[in-house]
Design a protein around this ligand. Structure first.
Ligand code: GDP
Ligand code: ZN
Length: 309
């Protein structure tokens, strides 16, 4: 291959993006390659699977590249931009890990809000209870809360960054998947990620000073391969960690409560808002004990908060 000529088309993954500049990793490669976007391509995000071509040096190492196409997305995570418009920030994610902690004491409302937001993306959520070293020996209330989510079918893992074996369950959950961490500030997301990515160079070393200048590095999502778990990927950015606070409509909220789904078409009135309407399938299910009152209260709370914004 002549120097400076692009080689054959290959599949790869977007590891990071800075405007129209991308870091791409070939599917069989270790190294990432700085690429630009072919002119007709728009809006690629971290996690996108792409077709790209590289130039190679004499030793056959890719030097730089061009992304020529994007493969279809499994799903996409969106965040509002400064003008309030939803913009994709990451794609092809297998699970959203909703982190909460023994302290600050988690409000079920908040967990439900994250779950609803996750359900709206179509990405599978799982719950991570961190700081279990602070769990009082009885810890009963929190355990009951977790048991309720497990009964709904959500995976729950408990973690602590205070012990060497505190991440074992989490590593198992991460293995074989592409994950993002979300959750309230102070629950330990940075601490968990620090433990998962102990090598500082792995995290920021690949970013040259130049590529940081003038770009929104702090909001740019980046994909990491986790050394401690099998085939585990993590996509992270401050913007992603704040996911969950997006605006949803009333129907999305109702559908986000998975135990409501089969009941939603069964209310007597088609436009039932599940408040005090006779023949409301949800209210009846609460009465029968099929819907937990706390979950229904959460639903109400989230719907009521929609009109406030
Ligand atoms: P973030 O805002 O979610 O990223 O949370 P941080 O990672 O900054 O953690 C918030 C605080 O909780 C820090 O003081 C951490 O040292 C502490 N912390 C994190 N994980 C644990 C844990 O497993 N146990 C205890 N006791 N404290 C933790
Ligand atoms: Zn109803």
């Amino acid at each position: 291959l002549a120097a400076g000529k692009y080689g054959p088309e290959r599949p790869g993954r977007v590891i990071a993006h800075y405007g129209r500049t991308l870091d791409v990793q070939g599917d069989a490669d270790e190294a990432t390659v700085r690429c630009h976007l072919r002119a007709n391509l728009e809006g690629l995000v971290t996690g996108d699977r792409v077709i790209w071509r590289a130039t190679y040096d004499d030793e056959g190492n890719a030097v730089e590249g061009v992304v020529v196409a994007r493969s279809e997305r499994q799903n996409v995570l969106e965040r509002p931009d400064p003008r309030g418009q939803l913009k994709p920030v990451a794609a092809n994610i297998d699970q959203i890990l909703i982190v909460f902690a023994v302290e600050p004491v988690p409000h079920p409302n908040l967990i439900d809000r994250y779950l609803v937001a996750a359900e709206a993306t179509g990405i599978a959520p799982a719950l991570v209870l961190n700081k279990i070293d602070l769990l009082p020996t009885d810890g009963g209330e929190l355990r009951d809360l977790l048991a309720r989510y497990e009964a709904l079918g959500y995976p729950v893992v408990t973690t602590t960054t205070a012990r060497d074996d505190g991440l074992d369950a989490l590593l198992e959950r991460l293995s074989g998947r592409t994950s993002v961490f979300v959750g309230q500030s102070g629950v330990g997301k940075s601490s968990l990620i620090d433990r998962l990515l102990p090598d500082e160079s792995l995290r920021i070393g690949e970013l040259s000073k130049d590529s940081r200048k003038g770009t929104h590095t702090t909001t740019t999502a980046r994909l990491y391969r986790l050394p401690a778990a099998d085939d585990a990927e993590l996509i992270d950015s401050p913007g992603i960690r704040e996911f969950g606070l997006v605006h949803l409509d009333e129907q999305q909220v109702a559908k986000g409560f998975i135990e409501f789904r089969d009941l939603l078409g069964r209310c007597r009135f088609r436009d039932c808002r599940h408040r005090q309407e006779p023949g409301c399938a949800l209210l009846l299910a609460v009465e029968r004990g099929d819907i937990h009152p706390q979950r229904f209260a959460s639903y109400r709370h989230i719907v009521d908060s929609l009109s406030e914004t």
